[in-house]
Design a protein around this ligand. Sequence first.
Ligand SMILES: Nc1ncnc2c1ncn2[C@@H]1O[C@H](COP(=O)(O)OP(=O)(O)OP(=O)(O)O)[C@@H](O)[C@H]1O
Ligand SMILES: C[C@H](N)[C@@H](CCCCCC(=O)O)NC(=O)O
Ligand SMILES: [Mg+2]
Length: 215
Amino acid sequence: MASKIFITGTDTDAGKTWVTASAVRSLLQQNRSVRALKPVACGLDTDGRNEDIETLLHAQGLQNPDDICLYQFAKPAAPSQAAAEEGGQVAPQQLVHWCEEKSSDVEITLIEGVGGLMVPITDNWLVSDWIQAMPDAEVWLVIACKLGAINQTLLTLDKLKQIGRTPSRIFFNAAGNTSDTWIKPTLEAAQPFLTTNCIIQEISYGQHPEIDFDN
Ligand SMILES: Nc1ncnc2c1ncn2[C@@H]1O[C@H](COP(=O)(O)OP(=O)(O)OP(=O)(O)O)[C@@H](O)[C@H]1O
Ligand SMILES: C[C@H](N)[C@@H](CCCCCC(=O)O)NC(=O)O
Ligand SMILES: [Mg+2]
């Protein structure tokens, strides 16, 4: 049974790509069929490459960015703004259809979003709308543990609840080398707002988490 997992975060640089690449490695080690997508990528280096795309291509032994990304924009900004700089605009229906197509021939498709939950993909269509357009996708939330993460986490959980979704997995991630101390306080504050069937994983700085998909 093919399944889709949408990875969102409390912010940009929360560790979505870090988690997605780890999940790909875990699944490949378990001989599962998996594809990780970065359908919308903003921010290209002088060689025209996007760091997330390169990381995810490498994790799954692919070479062609077009295999995992539909929209690449040069400006490291919200897609609505990065696209406008190039006179373009994301077409939401095309994006959703592309994600469905790309997930049709693998067991598990990991779809990395852009930044946090309320990032505008177009001027009036947010990452949260993108998740709503894929009702059969699980949602994973990656939390960048730091001072301020409690607010970001509870806001994100509240918005997901408003659209009828709860994360099936939450990663309390130490994205920065001083973040480990913020894992515990963030987790303690979020705990009362989590559903009982949500799987919690703590990721320390430098740790590539093993992800067991069977529990
Ligand atoms: N647990 C960790 N240990 C060490 N480095 C980490 C960890 N988590 C994230 N990083 C690093 O922090 C930076 C941001 O992580 P990452 O790129 O995964 O964030 P992101 O949420 O995917 O960002 P974006 O919104 O740009 O897609 C990267 O340099 C990444 O290698
Ligand atoms: C440039 C970043 N790395 C990221 C876009 C982040 C947009 C954040 C917008 C905002 O919340 O202000 N790009 C990306 O995920 O492809
Ligand atoms: Mg990323």
